[in-house]
Write a protein that binds this ligand. Structure first.
Ligand SMILES: *Cc1c(COP(=O)(O)O)cnc(C)c1O
Length: 361
């Protein structure tokens, strides 16, 4: 068996230890005589799995008592609608647009109600964060929405730049959740599709302050109502049981890595060596993002000579390095270096990039 060096943007690499554990448990989970996929979500076995997953997540992120943890379905994209459906309550909300994902969230919210764009960096090609003077906030907004890591453009908001604005902050953290310590209390609601840094696709994590529950109009579908989901412990209906189980294994793996500060140290090192390889390549590779907001998780880069793109990808593949093709909307390359992508994997990528540049520069 040989595993690739996997830089896919999502679904993405999972820790090998987690996959091995899942393999070991697959036919008979802890003596239950069946797989997690085959057991009732209301039985004591699965109830223990979801309770442990929530407890481990609370410990990792330091989630206070007054926040609910929901394991939902529908992906981050469903949250683009579910958030305004639940939180607008006839008011308006502000969106800061810093890349494709926050733009999509803003557009989807426009279908639901009254929302404003408080700032956008689209005219700069989504390569920077807006400066304070560019951000026009409505002090009466129901919430302010941000995407703290733009997966396609590789723009990440540094933790120290997440400021209190006086309205609940709602954050799409899909592609960098659990990659660094987070102060949950700064946020009203945090959400993330699982398939980047949590586990398999099909699980969507929502961490929501209880003050934001119960504001939804009465005529919305029950499965869309956060308050109903919270009251039912994410089990109004059948939750994505196998995905929650794998997410739970990932949380335990993260605890063994020293929690979020432990993994953040490794992530910073991975990002440093990859950005250095790009910046030190004399323009063979370039990354267009302002150095003060470059993502530690998604590293887009272009080759100075785009005619070499196909050869770059083919030779990378031959070297066992996969998942580097950039998003179709921006082209070029992108290396996603999520938690489960090891330092060794990034070193293999950098060695390949240096060698390719040497041969083609
Ligand atoms: C991948 C991604 C999404 C979309 O997630 P789905 O689970 O496919 O709906 C939304 N926001 C961000 C930041 C993402 O990286």
């Amino acid at each position: 068996m040989s595993r690739i060096w996997n830089f896919s943007a999502g679904p993405a690499a999972l820790p090998e230890e987690v996959l091995r554990q899942a393999q070991e448990d697959l036919l008979d989970w802890h003596g239950a005589g069946c797989s997690v996929m085959e057991m009732s979500h209301r039985g004591k076995e699965f109830m223990s799995i979801i309770a442990q997953a929530e407890a481990d997540l609370r410990e990792l992120m330091g989630i206070p008592e007054q926040y609910k943890v929901l394991f939902l379905q529908g992906g981050a994209t469903q949250q683009f609608a579910q958030i305004p459906i639940n939180l607008l309550a006839g008011r308006s909300a502000d969106y800061i647009v810093t890349g494709s994902w926050s733009k999509k969230a803003y557009k989807e919210a426009q279908r639901i109600g009254n929302v404003r764009c408080a700032a956008t960096t689209e005219s700069s090609g989504f390569t920077r964060l807006p400066v304070a003077e560019e951000i026009k906030l409505d002090p009466f907004a129901a919430y302010l929405h941000v995407c703290t890591n733009e997966t396609i453009h590789g723009v990440e908001i540094p933790a120290e730049r997440i400021a209190d604005t006086g309205v609940p902050l709602v954050a799409d953290m899909s592609s960098h959740i659990l990659s660094r310590p987070v102060n949950v209390e700064k946020f009203g609601l945090i959400y993330a599709g699982a398939q980047k840094n949590i586990g398999p696709s099909g699980v969507t994590l929502v961490v929501v302050h209880r003050d934001l529950l119960g504001m939804a109009p009465l005529n919305i579908p029950t499965v869309m109502d956060y308050a109903v989901m919270a009251e039912n412990g994410s089990m109004l209906n059948t939750p994505p049981t196998f995905g929650i189980y794998i997410a739970g294994l990932v949380f335990q793996w993260l605890k063994r890595q020293g929690g979020l500060s432990g993994i953040a140290t490794v992530n910073a090192k991975k990002a440093r060596i990859l950005y250095s390889a790009i910046d030190d390549s004399d323009g063979f590779y370039t990354n267009p993002v302002d150095p003060d907001c470059r993502s530690a998780m998604n590293v887009p880069f272009i080759l100075g000579n785009a005619d070499l793109d196909a050869a770059f990808l083919a030779e990378a593949k031959a070297a066992g390095v996969l998942g580097l093709k950039g998003h179709k909307s921006v082209g070029g390359m992108r290396a996603s270096i999520y938690n489960a992508v090891s330092l060794e994997a990034v070193q293999a990528l950098v060695a390949f990039m240096n060698d390719f540049a040497k041969r083609n520069g």
